[in-house]
Design a protein around this ligand. Structure first.
Ligand code: GLU
Length: 507
């Protein structure tokens, strides 16, 4: 059997939607499972849709997710170049071959002529405004013109495109690994442009030629490409033979949370969640669309949540490492129907991964968050803090809200909780506690707690109330992990200082 080779073939036109990253992931898992190659090919033949920075953004997304291609414009490889704009000369030969074999033709129609054609079709009440077998013999192309006329136009340098000639009344069929046998009626397929007037191929020609030249064994892509499949099948048939064609699979759409249609960037803006992997800055407007990474997702969680959008391993298991996914992934278990995106579930995955990984795996990311808050701490201190509060965190950004008091003294106190419980007895207790803590020789959690409770016994005050007040003194509010663990972590001097500061407010 030939080597398994799959590809992700994005057009670099903006931020990478999570559906795109899931396509990468499924390709990657399939390749790795079968010891194959995963190729990243940049489909940038539509110059009018060029967006600066979009290609680099794709590389960055894949790098963040750890889905590293074996071959790509940056990694190189034996079938390069991997950027279609650098392969321009290759495609014309194939387009010309199709013309000479009668499967394609030159079309000289101007924009005005094409507009007039659509107007006529509209007026005639035609359902379709396509350039197809119905109208091609009324247009300005090499099928209708005399060969001499065509030659004269070509010799005169008249701009032209090459269109595929799709014959009517044929059944175009292929087997999709997820959807089974699929059939299309060729009468409904238009004569798509294959080579544009600027000499660039369209996506349809380039994708087939490159899948062939790059020896792609399986072509996997999103369901939105299914309508293009008939043209691709015809091109395979005419150029390389159907036996040489890769196996196809079209992945289900990722749907809006209510299941009503494909999830779009606009849904994310509207409902307040990310749909892009990383922050995307629009090069024209300068607007930034937030990405999963910057919002505080771990790449492990992001990859995991994508994997189960449209796939499962047949059990209840939901949390998977990449290694487990590689072992267990199969295209046959990818669902046919769309997968609803649920942001709460996405966050659940992140929470799971924050607990599952050792804190050292994300310490550097939290250090970055702290840097934005002008806080600088050592990695080892931060790790101690992260272990205490990680179960309270869903996003990495929560580490600040859940743990800011480990890095700075409270600036305000929950006085409403403390004042009703405050009296001279409490004042006296904390005054004495400061002194006891100042002479506590060994500062560790059990000892801090012992000193605290012994003094409460001596002074016959309820420990529960004291602990609540102590917590407000250290944190500012009634939240946070165990109060003696906090005191232990912030240290002896800082604990005493915070009691002293609070006494100035409550005393
Ligand atoms: N260039 C297409 C895209 O932008 C690729 C579709 C395919 O994989 O065939 O997604």
């Amino acid at each position: 059997m030939n080597k398994i080779r799959v590809r992700f073939a994005p057009s670099p036109t903006g931020g990478l939607h999570l559906g795109g990253v899931r396509t990468v992931l499924f390709n990657y898992l399939f390749a790795k499972k079968h010891g194959g190659d995963f190729i990243l090919r940049i489909e940038d033949t539509d110059q009018s849709r060029f967006v600066p920075g979009a290609e680099q953004y794709i590389f960055d997304c894949l790098a963040w997710c750890g889905l590293v291609p074996d071959e790509s414009p940056v990694h190189g490889g034996p079938y390069g170049p991997y950027r279609q704009s650098e392969r321009k000369e290759i495609y014309r030969t194939y387009a010309e071959q199709l013309v000479s074999e009668g499967h394609a033709y030159y079309a000289f129609d101007t924009t005005e002529e094409l507009d007039a054609m659509r107007e006529r079709l509209k007026e005639a009440g035609s359902q379709s405004l396509q350039y197809d077998h119905h109208i091609r013999m009324r247009m300005n192309n090499s099928l209708r013109l005399h060969p001499e006329e065509t030659k004269a136009l070509l010799d005169a340098g008249t701009p032209y495109v090459i269109r595929i000639k799709v014959d009517a009344n044929e059944t175009i069929s292929f087997r999709d690994m997820i959807r089974g046998e699929l059939e299309f009626d060729s009468s409904r397929v238009d004569d798509k442009v294959l080579l544009k007037a600027d000499g660039m191929p369209t996506y349809h020609l380039a994708v087939v030629v490159d899948d062939h030249l790059m020896k792609i064994s399986h072509a996997f892509r999103g369901e939105e490409w299914l309508p293009s499949a008939p043209v691709h099948i015809l091109l395979w048939k005419y150029l390389f033979g159907l036996d040489a064609m890769p196996q196809w699979a079209h992945f289900p759409l990722i749907l809006k949370p209510d299941g009503n249609g494909k999830l779009s960037k606009r849904d994310g803006d509207r409902l307040g969640f990310p749909v892009f992997a990383l922050d995307w800055k629009d090069p024209v407007s300068g607007d930034i669309t937030r990405g999963f990474k910057e919002i505080g997702f771990l790449c492990e969680a992001f990859v995991n949540l994508l994997a189960v959008l449209g796939w499962n391993n047949g059990t209840e298991q939901e949390v998977f490492t990449v290694e487990e996914l590689i072992n267990q992934f199969s295209i046959e278990r990818v669902h046919k129907g769309g997968a609803k995106f649920d942001y709460e579930k996405a966050k659940w995955f992140n929470h799971q991964w924050i607990q599952k990984l050792p804190v050292s795996a994300y310490t550097s990311q939290v250090l970055e968050i702290l840097k934005d808050k002008n806080v600088s701490v050592s990695g080892s201190y931060l790790q101690q803090v992260l272990d205490l509060i990680k179960d309270r965190c869903t996003l990495l950004s929560d580490f600040w809200d859940q743990g800011f008091f480990f890095f700075e003294s409270p600036i305000a106190y929950d006085e409403a909780s403390v004042k009703p419980k405050w009296d001279t007895g409490k004042n006296n207790y904390f005054d004495t506690l400061m002194n006891r803590y100042a002479t506590t020789a060994l500062w560790y959690q059990d000892e801090i707690e012992k000193v605290f409770k012994e003094l409460a016994m001596e002074q016959q005050i309820k420990v529960g109330e004291l602990q609540m007040i102590f917590r407000v003194m250290l944190v500012g509010s009634k939240t946070g992990p165990g109060v003696f663990a906090i005191a232990n972590t912030i240290g002896q001097e800082e604990t005493i200082k915070r009691i002293q500061n609070a006494l100035l407010v409550f005393g």
